[in-house]
Ligand binder design. Structure first.
Ligand SMILES: NC(=O)c1ccc[n+]([C@@H]2O[C@H](COP(=O)([O-])OP(=O)(O)OC[C@H]3O[C@@H](n4cnc5c(N)ncnc54)[C@H](O)[C@@H]3O)[C@@H](O)[C@H]2O)c1
Length: 253
C-alpha cells in the first residue's frame, strides 16, 4: 500500500525534541523527505540519525524561527536539497514564566511573541511562496489548548497561541484557491521531556492533572505527530482553516 506522504518534501521546525521529533519521524515513516530544523544542532542531528536508521530520508538545517533571514535560508536550503516544498509542520514554540500579568516582564512577553507568533509569520510567508512554485501544499502549525481557552498566569503564551490559531485561519482563507491548506493542532499536555521530568518531580500533581483529562492520560508526542501527518496528507484534502484540539477531550468540557 502506498504511504501517506510518499516522496513529499517538507520541513519540521523545532524537530530536535518532543512533538517536533515525533513529527519528523512520523512524516519520514510515511515516506516523506524531511528537513529537520532546530536551534539545537546536536538534538536535530540525532533526529536525522533516528530517521535514517529506520530507512527514511532527512537532513538537518539550523534555524531560529525568530530570525527572518534564517527562515529564508531554511526554505532555500530545502529547495536546494530536495527541489520543492510540499508540506511544513511549524512547531517551534516557547513558554514564558508563569505569573499574573502585573508581575510579568516585557522582555519575556517580547521573546515569547517573537518566537511563537512572529516566527510563525516568517515561516508561513516564506514556505507559502515556495509552495506556490511547487504547485500547492499543506501546512500544520502547532498551537496549544492555551490558544483555545484562557490560561491563568500564561498571558504571553496564551496570546501567542491564540495568534497562531488566528494566523492559521486567515492564511488558510488567503491560499485555499491556490491549492494550499493551512491547519493547526492544539496539543493538550503532552509527554515531552520537560513534561516527563515534571511528572516525575510531582507525581501526585501529575496524577491529578491526568485524572482530569477525559481520555484519562496525557498525550504522547506521537498523538500530536499523527494528527500533523494526517492534516498534511491527502486524507485531509477537504480540511483547511481548522484548529484541531489534540487533547484527550480536555477542551470538550
Ligand atoms: N508539550 C506540551 O505539553 C505542549 C502542549 C501544548 C503545546 N505545545 C507546543 O508544542 C510545540 C513543541 O513543544 P514540545 O513540548 O514538543 O517542545 P520541547 O521542549 O520538547 O522541544 C522544543 C524544541 O524547540 C527548539 N527551539 C526552541 N526555540 C526555538 C526557535 N526559536 N527556533 C527553532 N527551534 C527552537 C528547542 O531546541 C527544542 O529542540 C511548541 O510550540 C509548544 O508550545 C506543547
Amino acid at each position: 500500500m502506498a504511504s501517506l506522504m510518499e516522496d513529499k518534501v517538507g520541513i519540521v521546525t523545532a524537530a530536535g525534541s518532543g512533538i517536533g521529533r515525533a513529527s519528523a519521524l512520523a512524516f519520514a515513516t510515511e515516506g516523506a523527505k524531511v528537513v529537520v530544523s532546530d536551534i539545537n544542532e546536536q538534538l536535530g542531528q540525532e533526529t536525522v540519525r533516528l530517521i535514517k536508521e529506520s530507512g527514511g530520508e532527512a537532513s538537518f538545517v539550523f534555524c531560529n524561527v525568530a530570525k527572518e533571514e534564517q527562515v529564508v535560508r531554511l526554505v532555500q536550503q530545502t529547495l536546494e536539497l530536495y527541489g520543492r516544498l510540499d508540506w511544513a509542520h511549524n512547531n517551534a514554540g516557547i513558554g514564558a514564566p508563569s505569573k499574573p500579568v502585573v508581575e510579568t516582564n516585557s522582555a519575556d512577553w517580547d521573546r515569547c511573541l517573537q518566537v511563537n507568533t512572529t516566527g510563525l509569520y516568517y515561516c508561513l510567508k516564506h514556505e507559502i511562496a515556495a509552495m506556490l512554485e511547487s504547485g500547492g501544499g499543506a501546512i500544520v502549525n502547532t498551537a496549544s489548548t492555551s490558544g483555545l481557552l484562557g490560561s491563568e498566569n500564561l498571558a504571553a503564551y496564551s496570546a501567542s497561541k491564540w495568534a497562531v490559531n488566528g494566523l492559521t485561519k486567515s492564511v488558510a482563507l488567503e491560499y485555499a484557491k491556490k491549492g494550499i491548506r493551512v491547519n493547526s493542532i492544539c496539543p493538550g499536555m503532552t509527554l515531552t521531556p520537560a513534561v516527563e521530568a515534571w511528572k516525575k518531580e510531582v507525581p501526585e500533581q501529575a496524577a491529578y492533572v491526568e485524572n482530569d483529562i477525559p481520555l484519562g492520560r496525557m498525550g504522547k508526542p506521537e498523538d500530536q505527530a499523527n494528527a500533523a501527518v494526517w492534516l498534511c496528507s491527502d486524507k485531509a484534502a477537504y480540511i483547511t482553516g481548522v484548529n484541531l484540539a489534540v487533547d484527550g477531550g480536555q477542551t470538550a468540557k
